[in-house]
Design a protein. Structure first.
Length: 248
């Protein structure tokens, strides 16, 4: 009953299937998807690291990552106050207030809030649709989550770079067709792409997503990992996806 008291009308509580974690989401509106789960697996935080999540939405990445490495602490930034409030209540439900702080703040102000170059790792699921491209959702939460009309990609990645200490890592999930744009933005922010993994629905399909890790102040040299295949020929999850989702 105590947890239910933190819910608002139009919200639901979902089980993250990881260490008993739960998250609040809207019944109608943007909800996290497979991309966030893949990024949480790819990012692999280390024990005791300070991590920032830029564009946290309902806070799924800090929640998932908190279960992967003990002693990690998180500052998560979300520009929409109502969505940030939902994320903050999810943190309360999981009793993680000592490790996760939610900031209702534009990502471009993040470094001013917690200090420049204070993070070992920044994770981010930047808005997927370029300014002026594609259809913009009429639902405000979805539009801000999916389109960079409010904050262009270059400014978004620059904000991530200001949070990272030299030698720190930026891990992103992004549409594969815009991969070169992401690399350009990272290099402009002095973040060198170092590790890449393309995500495909099936072995014969073209990549739709790309997982990218960059190193601030790193030297050129890109390691392209084997493709991550999400589904088998019968339409079910592959063994790796079942591992990622904790089904094995």
């Amino acid at each position: 009953m105590e947890h239910e008291a933190l819910m608002r009308p139009g919200e639901r509580m979902d089980d993250l299937q990881r260490s008993g974690l739960r998250i609040l989401q809207r019944e109608e509106g943007f909800r996290f998807g497979t991309d966030a789960v893949l990024l949480a697996d790819f990012a692999a935080p280390k024990k005791g690291e300070h991590v920032a999540d830029v564009g946290t939405g309902t806070g799924v990445l800090p929640l998932l990552l908190s279960a992967r490495a003990e002693g990690t602490t998180f500052d998560a930034f979300e520009i929409q106050p109502d969505v940030a409030d939902m994320a903050r209540r999810s943190v309360q439900i999981n009793a993680l207030e000592a490790r996760i702080r939610i900031h209702a703040l534009d990502c471009r102000e993040a470094a001013k809030a917690i200090g420049h170059e204070t993070c070992h790792l920044v994770v981010s699921n930047p808005p997927y649709t370029a300014q002026g491209a594609g259809l913009v959702s009429p639902e405000k939460t979805r539009a801000l989550s999916r389109s960079d009309s409010d904050c262009p990609l270059g400014e978004w990645i620059a904000a991530c770079g200001r949070l990272l200490r030299n030698g720190g890592r930026l891990c992103c999930v992004f549409p594969a067709p815009r991969f070169l744009e992401l690399c350009d933005a990272m290099r402009t922010a002095r973040i060198e792409p170092k590790r890449v993994r393309f995500v495909v629905a099936r072995e014969s399909a073209a990549p739709k997503l790309v997982l990218t890790e960059g190193l601030k102040g790193g030297r050129p040299g890109l390691h392209v990992q084997p493709m991550l295949i999400t589904h088998d020929a019968q339409g079910g999850f592959t063994p790796e996806m079942r591992r990622i989702y904790g089904e094995l």
